[in-house]
Design a protein. Structure first.
Ligand SMILES: [Zn+2]
Length: 218
């Protein structure tokens, strides 16, 4: 059975002031003499007040967007609006898809962005790795790849070196001495841009380049 309730208790439960409730009562339930917060209200009036003045329950908040990342990707900066949580070891990472190449590429892209760099020149590497690199860096880092066995003249090499922010000489891949020499002979002028990558694989290249970019100048 509904019970009468004091004005102040009802106001409190509605999260409004006693005065607000008394004003509402004066306007909407003039038959009820309630002038003081300690006055009692009949149950039916209390119920009407509750329906009229009760705040609508806030809608359940949308689930917070969560990005599950592998342990390695936890080190990368978070994107706006996403809460980053560490994924279980056997789960696929939202960031890199649990691909070591993608992970290394993302770290390298991050290093380029952090320093406002845009252009990477890769000297050497086979056709497969070139395609992988272009795919991984698409839209993020401009890449120019010099075929390790192709023909390049000094003028072209010079233009490449000037164009690039970072020059990776991929010494472990098919890379003729004639080609690499074009890029490393000018080491004195472009020393700050050059990094030699002694290991094979896209991940190794990206990691070496990121380390180079992240290393303090000098
Ligand atoms: Zn990952």
């Amino acid at each position: 059975m509904a019970r009468s309730v004091r004005v102040r208790n009802l106001a409190k439960s509605l999260d409004i002031s006693d005065t607000e409730l008394l004003i509402w009562l004066a306007e909407n339930a003039p038959a009820v003499i309630a002038r003081h917060p300690a006055d009692f209200l009949p149950a039916d009036v209390a119920e009407r007040a509750q329906q009229a003045l009760g705040r609508a329950q806030p809608e359940a908040p949308a689930p917070e967007p969560v990005e599950r990342r592998c342990a390695e990707c936890m080190k990368l900066p978070a994107k706006g609006g996403l809460r980053v949580v560490e994924a279980d070891a056997d789960a696929v990472c939202d960031m890199c898809g649990s691909s070591a190449n993608k992970r290394a590429a993302l770290a390298m892209i991050g290093a380029f962005h952090a320093r406002g760099l845009k252009r990477l020149l890769v000297v050497g590497g086979g056709p497969g790795t070139a395609e992988d690199l272009r795919h991984l860096l698409a839209g993020e880092v401009d890449i120019r790849i010099v075929d390790g066995e192709g023909h390049r003249n000094a003028a072209k090499a010079d233009a490449d070196l000037r164009w690039a922010d970072v020059v990776a000489v991929w010494s472990s891949t098919i890379l003729s001495h004639k080609v690499s020499k074009l890029y490393t002979d000018q080491r004195a002028s472009f020393r700050d841009k050059l990094v030699t990558v002694p290991r094979r694989g896209v991940a190794a290249l990206c990691t070496a380049v990121a380390e180079k970019v992240n290393a303090p100048a000098g």
